[in-house]
Design a protein around this ligand. Structure first.
Ligand code: NAG
Ligand code: NAG
Length: 317
């Protein structure tokens, strides 16, 4: 259109040389117009290719994978507790209700301010020393200082019976004191978060240290990665907590905790000193990813509202 107008403006052509100049001018303008068009087309094509490859990459990374959201990252030191409320499942209705304890509010929390990294390291050393006395042939070993259960080969032994008085060379009074302090602080955090009477919440079994690595499972006890509901697995559980004793990404790979919410899988990346706790019903269906490399240490501390299922803190015999 602008070309037409310009041409119209210089009409009528009464001079040959003038006409040639105009034609040359038009040709040049047309040339630069085409060059620009070609430039835009190329750019468009490149952008299109870029979008297409990004789309394909997204499609392939998601087609056989799930929707996974990182809820709490290892590298993120939480200054404040993170809480996510989930409506309570009906699981609790099959049990007696204990006022001031039975979940009225359900959900999950993560905090990095209840246990220090130094305390977590001391706890990990307790686990390392104890587990060095045994260890599963498969990838998952446990040590329960309450019952004395320790994975050994494809079975369990009772360290208090098996090692007798010698266990005092392995664990000290300070170790048990630290254990009690950690348990008490976690219990207070659970009570505060869910609005409970802390004295109506009881430690229950199993409460144990775990050590996991990439060795193939030998027995069902080694298969920690199956989705499960704590209240279904252990009827007495009302609140489950985990204290992580090693770091995802530097001490081990895989091994993230996953809340399976139907709409998404939401992960908690373990961090030494991080405490994660949640109401134990179906509202918190979860699993632990297989550990791919390194060693993952944690301690599971479980609570019940039912005094009949209460256990006492562990103590040296
Ligand atoms: C969550 O992960 C499981 C496997 O671990 C998968 O079967 C499921 O589809 C995932 N859920 C979503 C919403 O991606
Ligand atoms: C897992 O730990 C055990 C005991 O320390 C060790 O024998 C085994 O080689 C480890 N496996 C891997 C894959 O690191």
């Amino acid at each position: 259109m602008p070309l037409q107008l310009r041409r119209g403006n210089v009409k009528p052509p009464d001079n040959n040389s003038v006409e040639k100049k105009i034609k040359r001018g038009n040709a040049q303008r047309q040339g630069s117009w085409f060059r620009r068009l070609r430039g835009w087309l190329l750019l468009g094509l490149l952008l299109g290719l870029l979008l297409l490859s990004a789309g394909l990459a997204w499609f392939y990374s998601n087609s056989d994978d799930d929707i996974t959201e990182v809820w709490v990252r290892q590298s993120h030191l939480l200054q404040e507790k993170k809480f996510f409320e989930v409506p309570c499942s009906e699981d609790y209705e099959n049990y007696q209700r204990y006022p001031g304890c039975t979940p009225q509010k359900c959900g999950r929390a993560v905090t990095d301010t209840v246990v220090t990294r130094e305390e977590a390291e001391r706890m990990r050393r307790i686990a390392e020393r104890g587990l060095a006395l045994g260890g599963s042939d498969g990838g998952a070993s446990i040590l329960d200082l309450h019952s004395g259960a320790l994975s050994r080969g494809q079975h369990f032994v009772n360290i208090y019976r098996y090692f007798g008085d010698q266990i005092k060379d392995v664990f000290s009074e300070e170790d048990f004191q630290l254990y009690r302090t950690m348990r008490q602080r976690i219990q207070e955090a659970v009570a505060r978060t869910f609005g409970l009477d802390v004295s109506r919440l009881y430690l229950t079994k199993p409460t144990f240290f775990s050590r996991m690595n990439g060795t193939e499972a030998k027995t069902a006890h080694d298969e920690y990665w199956h989705p499960h509901i704590d209240k279904v697995t252990y009827g007495s559980f009302d609140y489950t907590s985990l204290l992580y004793l090693s770091d995802y990404g530097s001490d081990f790979g895989g091994g993230r905790f996953v809340f399976m919410d139907g709409v998404a899988n939401r992960t908690v990346e373990p961090r030494s000193g991080r405490v994660s706790f949640f109401s134990s019903g179906s509202e918190n269906l979860h699993r632990v990813e297989k550990v791919r490399w390194g060693t993952r240490f944690a301690i599971t501390v479980s609570f019940t509202c039912d005094p009949a299922h209460a256990i006492t803190d562990p103590a040296l015999p």
